[in-house]
Design a protein around this ligand. Structure first.
Ligand code: ATP
Length: 263
């Protein structure tokens, strides 16, 4: 299996402070990773490195077998699909949902032409359908609810046919139904052998879709553990990660966690 991501001794320093420190991490083709950690732990920083938008202060990074610093990032970035609230904020609110997804095929955030290839339009419709957004094609992106926006963004990230899909807190702000709907759809994607390798940042083990294979836990910029979910997703690791006693359980193909009662 080839390397999708290889970080060796990576640190990102800003204002004299390490946001992530000495991170070594390897992601192989086909793996689906969840990145867990408390607020400010460095999860988004890691994702920004993986997306090639942030270069490390020290250490080496290879993304899709290309070494950062030795590759033209403008050729690398179209191979990576990103769904994040930072990107949502850049998408024009007055564009339709269909246009919002279609523009991704051309590496743009805004539409600049009136007509698109039928084949691209068909793909955009198919991705939106897969995310349960068929009824929203002509709606203005800015009028969507939080959950609808998230689903449209994931369809958009898939549009460029990425080899690596990065999801930054895709279920944040969703109600219980919206979360469960999204987790099921992401689970279907995760189990699709033709789907790209996936990295997903979250705060909650309940949001880990079925079919995800690995977990990286990070705290204060340092990796606590990285490996298969079945061996690394333990109460002890999760308690160290979030800094309080937690019990994690697997129920079927989902995870739940809760704090121990105060004595
Ligand atoms: N450009 C910057 N300069 C200085 N500090 C920064 C910069 N960007 C991020 N940080 C800090 O780095 C730390 C890690 O940030 P990051 O966004 O990676 O954390 P996170 O784990 O994604 O957090 P959250 O769960 O709250 O989204 C935070 O303390 C943040 O304030």
């Amino acid at each position: 299996m080839s390397d999708v991501l290889e970080l060796v001794d990576v640190s990102v320093v800003r204002g004299g402070r390490a946001l992530v420190e000495d991170v070594s991490w390897s992601v192989k083709e086909g793996e689906r990773w969840v990145i867990l950690g408390p607020n400010g732990a460095g999860k988004t920083t890691l994702l920004n490195v993986a997306s090639s938008y942030l270069f490390p202060s020290s250490g080496t990074v290879s993304v899709l077998s290309e070494k950062l610093g030795a590759v033209d990032v403008f050729e690398l970035r179209p191979r990576i699909g990103i769904s994040s609230s930072a990107l949502t904020d850049k998408l024009p609110r007055s564009q339709t949902v269909l246009q919002t997804v279609l523009t991704a095929a051309y590496g743009m955030t805004a539409g600049w032409q009136e007509s698109y290839d039928t084949i691209d339009e068909d793909r955009a419709r198919a991705f939106l359908d897969r995310l349960g957004m068929s009824e929203y094609l002509d709606r203005k992106f800015g009028t969507l609810s939080e959950g609808e926006r998230k689903r449209a963004q994931i369809a958009r990230a898939m549009m460029a046919d990425p080899e690596l899909l990065l999801l930054d807190e895709p279920a944040a702000g969703l109600d219980l139904g919206g979360r469960e709907d999204l987790v099921r759809r992401l689970g279907r994607l995760a189990r699709d052998p033709y789907a790209p390798s996936m990295l997903m940042v979250t705060h909650h083990v309940e949001e880990i879709p079925p079919g995800f294979t690995h977990v990286l836990m990070i705290r204060q910029g340092k990796v606590l553990t990285a490996g298969p979910l079945e061996t690394e997703m333990t109460s002890s690791n999760l308690s160290r990660c979030f800094g309080l006693p937690l019990v994690v359980e697997q129920r079927g193909d989902r995870w739940t966690a809760s704090g121990l009662p105060l004595s």
